[in-house]
Write a protein that binds this ligand. Sequence first.
Ligand code: NDP
Ligand SMILES: N[C@@H](CC=O)C(=O)O
Length: 434
Amino acid sequence: MGEDTVKVGLMGLGTVGSGVVRLIEDHQEDLYHQTGRRIAIEKVLVRDRLKKRSVPFGKGLLTDRAEDLLENREIDIVVEVMGGIEPAREYIREALLQGKHVVTANKDLMALHGAELLSVAAEKGCDVFYEASVAGGIPILRALVEGFSSDRITKMIGIVNGTTNYILTEMKRRGAPFGEVLHQAQTLGYAEADPASDVDGLDAARKMAILGTLGFRIPLSLEEVKVRGIADVTPEDVQFAEQMGYILKLVGIAQQDHGKVEVSVQPALLSGDHPLASVEGVYNAVSVYGEAVGETMFYGPGAGEMPTATAVVSDLVTVIKQMRLGVNGRGTVAPYREKQLKSPREVFAKYFLRLHVADESGVMARLTQMFAEEEVSLEKVLQLPRSREKEAEIILITHTASLHQLSRVREQLEESDVVIRIQSDYRVEGGLSS
Ligand SMILES: NC(=O)C1=CN([C@@H]2O[C@H](COP(=O)(O)OP(=O)(O)OC[C@H]3O[C@@H](n4cnc5c(N)ncnc54)[C@H](OP(=O)(O)O)[C@@H]3O)[C@@H](O)[C@H]2O)C=CC1
Ligand SMILES: N[C@@H](CC=O)C(=O)O
């Protein structure tokens, strides 16, 4: 191997790592034409060297000692696709201190320690790219940083977790039980090592923290993202939503107006004509609204071996091109704007509530009174046939109200003697016509 070869240290050979190996092999000629360099995987770090692998490697290439990559002076670029916080953070930091460029798919790490790692990279004149960390195969980060650099982004709304979108789609399509479809998502390589982070919305929250930081150019931290997952979503919620013309999805929303931002992840009802309503299975999509450009939409596979590998290898190509130009590390840390978060009085949406109430006369009047007291008006009301003795079910969709108003209404409902329980409540996002 001569001068024209770039040597890569690969950390992780699971779903994404195997895809990276395949893609580099299959596209070697195309990659050479773009970069003028051959890409050679010099060492691969794994936990268990004896495990059976879907991509064949010479015995000497696999190692379970991180030093074999970090202390290898021949390795120019470390690709981290192991996942988790530690030891990934320590390894990436050390790689940067050794002057190696880094490509990672690790949103857990970038959402939590991105600022620290980018600042080490800037000091050492190294690149850190992490396109694969958000929305798998969709090149959304590059679009935000480069494509929208002349505009001011006001809103990003997206389906950014493939596993939960796959689960909700299968629940809607064939009424499949939650546990069964989660297991399928794991088998297909979509889910995180701990799938609770998909189901609880944390994976999507990490991605929204990254999108918010890059899109609004503010230092957004993970704790500032309000998170609710899909664990308590029932097949009935999905069906009732459909009856009323809505699709239930796990949605990330990042919005800024008057200099204040709101970032959240929650199961939300999307009206049938919403651009995200038809995004199914493992697919992700992000709508980005710019003041000047208007609405744009990015769509593609959000998880899985080869889609994610394309994002990783594209980052690798960028690093190699920058090496040729000698511009690595330039602009790694962009100056941020001042950050102000919205209070619950400043976050507005419509809401869907499913209530189990006493089956007696006058209940509807009592309910509407509670909403009226908080100045929340109702857009739709659906009374369902009685499901149990002395219990009726009512579904309400409000007009736009603040989160604060909704919490006040919820308090009243919870204290009321006619409400047996609030079965579910979801934010509602209108479509093109709203
Ligand atoms: N799967 C997907 O669709 C997507 C994943 N990502 C991100 O990509 C990263 C990798 O995900 P994925 O490929 O699915 O994960 P996998 O669990 O399939 O693979 C992880 C790999 O890392 C190795 N590894 C884990 N911990 C260590 C450690 N401490 N020391 C050495 N090796 C270790 C494992 O070794 P061994 O094989 O020996 O167990 C395995 O090869 C994660 O950050 C994930 O969030 C991002 C976008 C999509
Ligand atoms: N578990 C994640 C993988 C990609 O980021 C998902 O399902 O989206």
